[in-house]
Design a protein around this ligand. Structure first.
Ligand SMILES: *Cc1c(COP(=O)(O)O)cnc(C)c1O
Length: 360
């Protein structure tokens, strides 16, 4: 069967070249005589895989030496608890609520800390990022938490809040590696791999080394301590070996194609194509405030549930799949992560144009 154009929000599209290489190496990896899946995580061959993956991610994001990269499990959701448990000192934290994931992170942190909700955009269905200049941070907060790209609603911080020196923690699950970033502005970045990196099952954490401490409460499960994972270079227990291998292939693929700067240009081109069409369409309306639009998740709506349904169904029959918006918002969402080719977006816009002509 022909591959479809997959706009899934996650697990999401992967680069075709990477899938093909993985298929080639699936049965026998290099000269090992076995699949990566069958390999001991203590073997030299796997050590090379994880070391290369780490080095290539470090190169892609210019990660400074005073940051540790961890390959963990449990998804971004596990970070919602690991962060408060490990970063607590004054047991206070500031959270910005810009969507469901931000809200879930806040709720989990409340179990351990005195949490201050600095702002929320829930009043308008999370269709914007609040004015960052008006925010009051608690100088005693251990950290400030943001969800940088709101996958469900399609908003993105295009600038970071000035936290006045308080450590900034960012959920970058759906925007990591989509554009160049300055790691030194963050204390900790985390991302589930399944949006913009690799298959589900691996979680990337980039943490400033001074935050890897034993300050966590005594009851903190061993697996939720950054220190144990950092001390063992992500190999305290069996890591998600095949997932890390796949992430490594994606990192190499990005490096071979001009790195994050090049993919950022590509991403801007794709998003502009779709938003420009939406801005002049008489049928489809973008749902996010212009200045806060995500480059990765593009949300739109016809304002008519029946028509939305018809569009999603017809799109699917034409090979454009997973365009249904998240169940909590409805409408449509096209996730156009790094691996989505420009041609995929071009074809979608053409299809939407045609649908518009026939249904206006
Ligand atoms: C998908 C997503 C999550 C949840 O990730 P899991 O790996 O399923 O726990 C959290 N935050 C953001 C921004 C996401 O896009």
């Amino acid at each position: 069967m022909k591959r479809v154009v997959n706009f899934s929000a996650g697990p999401a599209i992967l680069p075709e070249a990477v899938l093909k290489q993985a298929a080639e190496e699936l049965f026998v990896y290099k000269n090992t005589g076995m699949s990566v899946m069958e390999m001991s995580h203590r073997s030299q061959d796997f050590k090379n895989i994880i070391t290369d993956a780490e080095a290539n991610l470090r190169k892609l994001l210019n990660v400074p030496d005073n940051y540790k990269i961890l390959f963990l499990q449990g998804g971004a959701n596990t970070q919602f608890s690991m962060i408060p448990l490990n970063l607590m000192k004054n047991k206070k934290a500031d959270y910005l609520t810009t969507g469901s994931w931000a809200k879930k992170a806040l709720k989990e942190a409340k179990k351990y800390l005195d949490v201050n909700e600095v702002c929320s955009s829930e009043d308008k269905m999370f269709s914007y990022i609040p004015d960052l200049n008006k925010l009051q941070f608690d100088p005693k907060a251990d950290y400030v938490h943001i969800c940088e790209n709101n996958t469900i609603y399609g908003t993105k911080y295009h600038e970071l809040p000035d936290t006045k020196g308080i450590d900034l923690v960012s959920d970058m699950s759906s925007c990591i590696l989509s554009e160049p970033i300055d790691i030194s502005k963050y204390a900790l970045i985390y991302a589930g791999a399944q949006k913009n990196i690799g298959p589900a099952g691996t979680t990337i954490v980039i943490i400033r080394k001074d935050l890897i401490t034993e300050n966590y409460p005594d009851y903190t499960p061993l697996m939720l301590q950054y220190k144990i994972h950092a001390d063992k270079d992500s190999m305290y227990n069996t890591p998600p070996t095949y997932g890390i291998y796949m992430c490594g292939l994606v990192f190499k693929h990005l490096l071979n194609n001009g790195g994050v700067e090049a993919i950022y240009e590509h991403n801007k081109q794709k998003a502009a194509l779709l938003y420009d069409y939406l801005d002049q369409s008489k049928l489809f309306k973008p749902t996010v405030v212009k200045k806060d639009r995500s480059l990765m998740n593009v949300t739109f709506n016809t304002g008519n549930e029946e028509l939305n349904k018809k569009f999603i169904e017809l799109a699917k029959n034409n090979g454009f799949v997973n365009l249904k918006g998240h169940r909590s918002v409805g409408g449509m969402r096209a996730s156009i992560y790094n691996a989505m080719p420009l041609d995929g977006v071009k074809a979608l816009v053409e299809f939407m144009r045609k649908f518009e002509e026939e249904n206006l």
